[in-house]
Ligand binder design. Structure first.
Ligand code: FAD
Length: 328
């Protein structure tokens, strides 16, 4: 079996196939894993928060992903929940968020301070989603590759062409994300810009979502005083560098969350193109001997375990039913 694309979907699919005893080759056109959108992700496993703007399937199916990642990469997942806050003038945003989601409890200022001491005194109330988790996507992809190699999966970077792959195998699984935009008319790109900040002046233990009527952002703590700040949602397939406007919006929001971010170093900015179908839900499609898993939108880390499970089962058992399979 050949999997095209070593982003989160390709690697998670390789894992689900390899653990069923299937021989897998992963073919990646660039020289490394995670060369696409997966590299820029927040790594939030946040099915309950995402329900604010997503279909119920994202919450229901996404809730199973936390355990999947904990099993596949036991020491890479932090299950510390998600904190959702808003500036005093925007607390209506917090109420609106609450009406659209479940799985949270309200916190007052003292409870916020207990959970995130560096946010003490900054917010009078917050929503806390205790079951949510997060991981560092770059660490996770790299560990997943090591795990896959230990399971016997072979990786091929850069050198293989489509024709070579076609001659070698019966089945192929296309996990090439936004590279499919020119070939799949239903697919569109949603540009996500992000940045990394480094500061020793603030510590957070969990993702914090900062609501705003126009520019909601989130800050996800990484190791060693590094924070990922994301992300824009722009209907565009242009993958160029972050724009000045987006950079200002992300930085303004981070500064409003905590002024210590004003003194932080910007260590990286980046842009990923999220592949999305019109209903913002992923699809498994099939054309002859090629399955395609795509349209992960904002939920590549959250939904790929379920999609990978389904595609593996579809290959092994023609009677398997998947709510994401778009039958030919
Ligand atoms: C800023 C941002 C923040 C995000 N935050 C989150 C989050 O917190 N949680 C979450 O669940 N999701 C998040 N997402 C969404 C998630 O990143 C995407 O849904 C996911 O990365 C899509 O994965 P993919 O494997 O389909 O595509 P990609 O990661 O783009 O991988 C596709 C791979 O295929 C390769 N490729 C392309 N063409 C070929 C070819 N012909 N042959 C071989 N290889 C090929 C590419 O080089 C690439 O490595 C975020 C996205 C962005 C942009």
């Amino acid at each position: 079996m050949v999997i095209k694309g070593a982003g989160v979907v390709g690697l998670v699919t390789a894992y689900e196939l390899a653990r069923r005893g299937i021989e897998v080759d992963v073919v990646e056109q660039s020289e490394r894993i995670g060369a696409g959108a997966s590299w820029f992700a927040g790594g939030m496993l946040a099915p309950w928060c995402e329900r604010e703007c997503a279909d119920e399937k994202v919450e229901r199916v996404g809730a199973t992903a936390i355990e999947w990642w904990q099993t596949a990469l036991p020491d890479k997942v932090a299950q510390e929940g998600t904190l959702v806050v808003a500036a005093a003038r925007d607390t209506r945003e917090l109420d609106r968020f609450a009406t659209r989601t479940t799985g949270y409890r309200w916190l007052d200022a003292d409870q916020i301070a207990k959970l995130e001491p560096d946010l003490a005194g900054r917010f009078s109330r917050a929503l806390y989603f205790p079951r949510e988790a997060h991981l560092d996507p770059r660490e996770a992809l790299s560990s997943l590759r090591d795990t896959l190699e230990a399971m016997g999966v072979r990786f091929h970077f850069g050198q293989m062409t489509d024709a070579t792959v076609d001659r070698r195998v019966d089945w192929r699984i296309d996990c090439t994300g936004s590279a499919r935009l020119p070939d799949d008319a239903a697919l569109r790109g949603v540009r996500g810009e992000m940045l990394y900040l480094r500061t020793g002046d603030i510590q957070l233990s969990r993702p914090v979502r900062f609501l705003h009527p126009r520019h909601p952002i989130y800050v996800v703590p990484r190791r060693q005083g590094v924070f990922m700040v994301g992300a824009t949602m722009i209907e565009s397939e242009l993958s160029g560098p972050i724009t000045a406007r987006s950079l200002m919006e992300l930085l303004n929001a981070a500064y409003a969350l905590h002024p210590a971010f004003g003194e932080a170093q910007i260590t990286e900015t980046g842009t990923g193109i999220r592949p999305a179908y019109p209903n913002n839900l992923p699809r498994i499609t099939r054309s002859g001997s090629i399955y395609s898993v795509n349209g992960m939108y904002r939920h590549g880390f959250l939904l790929s375990p379920a999609l990978a499970h389904d595609v593996a089962e579809l290959l092994l058992n023609p009677d398997h039913r998947s709510e994401f399979y778009d039958e030919p």
